[in-house]
Structure formats: structure tokens, C-alpha cells
Design a protein around this ligand. Structure first.
Ligand SMILES: [Zn+2]
Length: 396
């Protein structure tokens, strides 16, 4: 057994933890670029904390998912303002934008030099500016991952800037920052975290360290997600989801993902849909078709036992079958108003084009076995249409 595990230098978790950012930032720089999403009052409070601690803030807003152009503008702005540290406060978009800006601030090349797929894919030469990540959603786990997902609108793709240098110097996870998330955002981000935990747990690259995070995180998300969705101010449910999201990032950054995220990469480049909603719409069918393919071609794979464990963790029952994971994920998509992919405009005609792109996506490498083009097509076609809430197929 060989594995490695890398994460943010320091992780601080807890209600009110955001107040620890300013004293920590003071040790990293004097002028901080604050990369924000739609965070309003939260960023005002952070900026006043920073000013009081002797760190002068200047803000840069990321609206929607970050693009190459946005990162270039952010780097220019940060250089002009002579920023020596970067703090991102927001969802996965703000954090990924902030990560990329911090990295480029200290590397002299062009962004394209360092990008996979569309660029030269050169490694970053040196550590970026000190970077602090503060998630305000409970979903992506981007505060502890080493890649930044960036959109290239003219090519309708999303690509990653990837380097160990992208790991934040400090990740501050404060569940109180998520109390006011609207239900739709709670649903899509929370289901992204759950998908990441399940995919990392059955990944061919799973290791004992990531297994620990997944076996803690999956039941936590299973218990907390409905409550956080229906009762947004439930502090315990929000704490559970913040922890589950953090664990999902710790796991995926070190164990990889699978077919759901393999499809999320090319779909995300084409659709205006939340990443987590795309993942959630695919998840039940990915489990179903992975199970069928494993039984047919890899009956000894321990992913079969792992899917059964996932079902037990989600349902809270000791004797759940692997199929119960399909039923449970379908039901929660129904309850949390996750639409089938056709709602975002994907049609059956788009499917053939998406198969090769998904097959070569980096996330696909963790899938418990290689799916055939026909199986990939089936996963996507079923996700377009969705199904009745919790319907159990008669042939299962
Ligand atoms: Zn994801």
C-alpha cells in the first residue's frame, strides 16, 4: 500500500472561527486582496477585522464561476494594489478564483503556461502569495484542495490549474457563515459534498486516511442535509454539513473522484447550472451502472462492499443493500428539488459529444472500474430524464 496525503497547512473549524482570520492574516502580509462572492455583510465584517489588526483590505468580486479572464484581471488588480496576501470569502467560485490569483501573483508566466488541457500544463515554479480560504457554503471543499477550476467560455470547457502550491496556508471553516444560505444553494452544494464523499470512498485511489474522512462524512451528510435544507437556521445541521464538506475536500484531493465528476467537467463548461445540481442529477444513475458493471466484470472488487457500506451509512440501517444507496440518493434529489439535466437544456443529441470528453476527464480516473462508452451513455441519458421520486426499478 502506497499513498500520500496533502492538505492546507492549517485548518480552523468552529462557530465564530472567522474572527481568527485577521490575526492570522497579520502574520502573512500588510495588504490583502479579498476575493468575494455575493457575501455582503460578511465581507464587511471581515474587512473591518482586518483593518483593526493592521491589514489593509481591498476587495475583488467574483460573480459566477471564475474564468481565465477574471483571474488575469484579479492578478493585475492585486499587483497594482501591491497586495502581499490573498483571502477568499465565498463559495467554491470565490475560493478557486482566489487560489488562482494568489498562485499567479508570485509566478511570472502567463496563466496559459500553467493550465492543463487548453494550455502548456507547465508546473508552477514557486509558491503563490499566502492564501486564506473561508467557505461560506458547505459544498465544494475547495478550501483544502490543490486545484482551481476555471471556465474557458470561448471553448465551452472548464479546466483546472493544479499544483501543490495551490493548497491554502489557512482554511477557516465557520458553520455560522452558512446559516443564511437559501435552500436551493444548500441543496446543490450539500449534494456536491455528498457526491464527493461517495466517489472518493469507492475510488481506486482511496486510502486509509481518506476512508476515515468518508466514513465520518457520509453518515454526517446523510443525517444533516435534509434538516439544513428544510430548517436553514438549524445550527447542528449546518455544523454537520460544514464538516461533511470539509471532509469531502480532504478526501477528493487525495483519493480522486469518479464518473459523476467525469461528466460534471464537460457539462459544467456548457451549462449554466450549479456544479452540485449537475452532480446530484447524475449520482443515482452512476451508482446503479457502476454496480451493474462491477458485478459483471469485477465481482471481486471491494467497491461492491463499499457501495453497500455507503447504503448503510446513508440509511442508518445495518442491513441495507447496495441498491438502497440508489433509492436513497434518488429520493433526496426529489425532496431537495434537484431537476433532471434536461431542465438545463441538455438533449439526447448532445450525449454522443459528451462521452469522449467525460471519458478523458481527470476525475474519471478514480472510478472503481472503466465504464464502456455504452455504459457512459446510459448514465448520462438516464440523468437527462430523471425518475419518479424513489421509484424502485422492477429489475433490481
Ligand atoms: Zn464536486
Amino acid at each position: 500500500m502506497n499513498f500520500e496525503f496533502a492538505t492546507a497547512t492549517r485548518i480552523v473549524f468552529g462557530e465564530g472561527a472567522v474572527r481568527q482570520v485577521a490575526p492570522a492574516a497579520r502574520q502573512m502580509g500588510r495588504r490583502a486582496l479579498i476575493v468575494t462572492g455575493m457575501t455582503g455583510a460578511k465581507s464587511e465584517l471581515l474587512c473591518s477585522d482586518l483593518s483593526a489588526a493592521g491589514v489593509s483590505p481591498c476587495t475583488f468580486a467574483v460573480e459566477g464561476e471564475p474564468t481565465l479572464d477574471l483571474v488575469r484581471r484579479g492578478v493585475e488588480f492585486a499587483r497594482r494594489e501591491q497586495c502581499d496576501a490573498v483571502i477568499a470569502l465565498g463559495g467554491g467560485s470565490a475560493i478557486d478564483g482566489g487560489k488562482a490569483i494568489a498562485a499567479l501573483l508570485n509566478n511570472s508566466g502567463e496563466l496559459m503556461d500553467y493550465l492543463e488541457v487548453v494550455g502548456k500544463g507547465n508546473p508552477l515554479q514557486t509558491a503563490g502569495a499566502p492564501f486564506i480560504a473561508i467557505p461560506t457554503t458547505a459544498g465544494t471543499g475547495a478550501e483544502v484542495t490543490r486545484n482551481a477550476v476555471l471556465g474557458v467560455p470561448e471553448r465551452q470547457v472548464k479546466v483546472s490549474l493544479r499544483s501543490p502550491f495551490l493548497l491554502p496556508r489557512l482554511a477557516v471553516v465557520d458553520p455560522e457563515l452558512t446559516l443564511d444560505l437559501p435552500p436551493a444553494v444548500t441543496a446543490s452544494t450539500g449534494l456536491d459534498a455528498l457526491t464527493q464523499l461517495i466517489e472518493a470512498y469507492v475510488s481506486v485511489r482511496a486510502n486509509p486516511v481518506t476512508d476515515g474522512f468518508c466514513t465520518q462524512g457520509i453518515p454526517l451528510a446523510g443525517r444533516s442535509l435534509r434538516r439544513a435544507f428544510h430548517q436553514g437556521n438549524d445550527a447542528e445541521a449546518r455544523r454537520g454539513m460544514s464538516l461533511a464538506a470539509l471532509f469531502s475536500g480532504l478526501a477528493l484531493a487525495n483519493a480522486g473522484l469518479g464518473v459523476v465528476h467525469g461528466f460534471a467537467a464537460p457539462l459544467g463548461g456548457r451549462l449554466h447550472a450549479p456544479h452540485g445540481a449537475i452532480c446530484a442529477a447524475i449520482l443515482p444513475y452512476a451508482i446503479e451502472i457502476n454496480l451493474r458493471a462491477l458485478r459483471a466484470r469485477a465481482p471481486q472488487s471491494n467497491a461492491l462492499r463499499r457501495y453497500q457500506e455507503v447504503a448503510c451509512m446513508l440509511t442508518g440501517r445495518d442491513h441495507a443493500s447496495a441498491e438502497d444507496a440508489i433509492v436513497w440518493t434518488r429520493q433526496i434529489c426529489g425532496e431537495l428539488d434537484i431537476p433532471p439535466l434536461k431542465v438545463y437544456g441538455v438533449t439526447a443529441q448532445d450525449v454522443p459529444n459528451l462521452i469522449p470528453a467525460a471519458a478523458k476527464a481527470s476525475s474519471m480516473k478514480g472510478n472503481p472500474l472503466a465504464l464502456t462508452p455504452g455504459e457512459l451513455q446510459e448514465v448520462l441519458t438516464r440523468s437527462l430524464e430523471g425518475s419518479d421520486k424513489g421509484r424502485v426499478m422492477s429489475d433490481e
